[in-house]
Write a protein that binds this ligand. Structure first.
Ligand SMILES: *Cc1c(COP(=O)(O)O)cnc(C)c1O
Length: 398
């Protein structure tokens, strides 16, 4: 092995399913001096962070904070705190991440009743309703709002309504939706929600914003058994993050990473949540025009497409891995491979957060046009970039 030296990462464009490009402003924030996590200056920053997270989630929930670990830990925090052994949960699955919810339920000693929808389709509220009717003893409903494995968006508001009609609490995965498409925790009455920092918030990975309603907090308070995870037990964590908490030591907060999230949330607030949502929608339409002009087809029906995650079918006879490595090596462009049942069949092109911009749209469409034409794919070369540019120009005011 050669002598180790400082690591200098290449400058990429991150247009996969996350992480997304982190802006220089956030990178600068990460590099600020580390201070103590009980330092009054740090505690003041955390109080601000809570308000910024409440804004991003559109909630007044007191119990809103970033778990000190990636999105998967936010997922686990929701399940281990709300479930006890013997509970029954309805898990709606329409992609990879619903499957992980099932894993979480079972590891809590609870039972998961699965409601399956085809990959690429949204969760069907009627199927959920049927499952709740046949399982009147279910306590909780869990589903993914934005399925990153397929690019499908489910109707969170309706699914929560159905769950509440049957007296169930709800856990919603908003890892990919937060900051990228409409999400209103209070208006939609969501009970427990988790997200990630490296998708549409464009902060580095390693934190998971979560929020719990009064109802959820009450359910946690009324547990008969201890939460099985010491690290994720909210009754302990809230001694640090909670209202009027004495900021007692629980674990050492990832201080610099929290600077980064704080800055990323500030950027979101400055832009305005609605503006961020419409920027994502606009960039998606431009990318879509380019990809469809090339002849690539979307996996998800138009009505349910996520603007921040564009899954398209790989053209016949084209080598998935070769295209992605050419994009990475020759264009410094990262796009995502298919996951699970869609591995080798689709590409997942992210337009998340800071990366959801006109320059990236044009760059990606052009790169795919060049690489696919060179490989002899049956694509319509030469017109795609103009098609994307036309969309960018036509609704530039939007
Ligand atoms: C990325 C993702 C996760 C997992 O987040 P990590 O930060 O990778 O742990 C969970 N759910 C969905 C929908 C995701 O896209």
């Amino acid at each position: 092995m050669s002598q180790p030296k400082s690591f200098q990462p290449p400058q990429r464009r991150l247009m996969g399913p996350g992480p997304s490009d982190v802006s220089q402003r956030v990178l600068d924030a990460l590099a600020r001096p580390t201070i103590g996590h009980l330092d009054p200056a740090f505690v003041g920053m955390m109080d601000e962070m809570k308000g910024l997270l409440q804004y991003a989630f559109q909630t007044n929930n007191e119990l809103t904070f970033p778990v000190s670990a990636p999105g998967s830990a936010g997922m686990e925090a929701c399940f281990v705190n709300l479930l006890e052994a013997g509970d029954k949960v309805i898990v709606c699955q329409n992609g990879v991440f619903g499957g992980r919810m099932k894993e979480n339920v079972e590891r809590c000693g609870a039972t998961a009743v699965m409601v399956q929808d085809d990959w690429g389709q949204p969760v069907d509220p009627d199927k959920l309703e049927d499952a709740l009717k046949t399982n009147p003893d279910a306590r909780l409903v869990a589903f993914v709002h934005a399925e990153t494995s397929t690019g499908a968006q489910s109707d969170a508001r309706t699914l929560v309504e159905v769950a509440h009609r049957h007296d169930c609490l709800t856990i919603v995965d908003a890892v990919t939706s937060l900051g990228g498409s409409p999400l209103k925790v209070d208006e939609w009455n969501i009970d427990a929600i988790y997200s990630g920092t490296q998708k549409c918030l464009s902060a580095p990975p390693g934190l998971s914003p979560v929020s719990f309603s009064e109802r959820a907090a009450e359910a946690i308070k009324n547990r008969k058994t201890k939460v099985q995870s010491w690290f994720l037990d909210l009754s302990l964590v809230m001694g640090y993050w909670g209202a009027g908490a004495r900021r007692a030591y629980h674990h050492t907060a990832p201080i610099n990473n929290l600077y980064g999230l704080h800055e990323a949330l500030l950027i979101l607030k400055e832009e305005g949540l609605e503006n961020a949502w419409s920027r994502h929608a606009h960039m998606h339409q431009a990318l879509r025009a380019g990809l469809e002009t090339l002849g690539l087809n979307f996996v998800v029906p138009e009505a349910y497409r996520l603007p921040q995650l564009n899954a398209v079918t790989i053209p016949e006879g084209i080598d998935d891995a070769q295209v992605r490595s050419t994009l990475l090596n020759d264009y410094n462009l990262e796009i995502g491979a298919g996951l699970g049942a869609l591995a080798g069949k689709v590409w997942r092109i992210g337009l998340m957060g800071h990366a959801s911009n006109a320059d990236n749209v044009i760059y990606c469409v052009n790169a795919l046009d060049e690489v696919l034409s060179k490989m002899g794919a049956a694509v319509k070369s030469g017109a795609a970039v103009d098609a994307a540019k036309q969309v960018l120009a036509s609704s530039a005011a939007a």
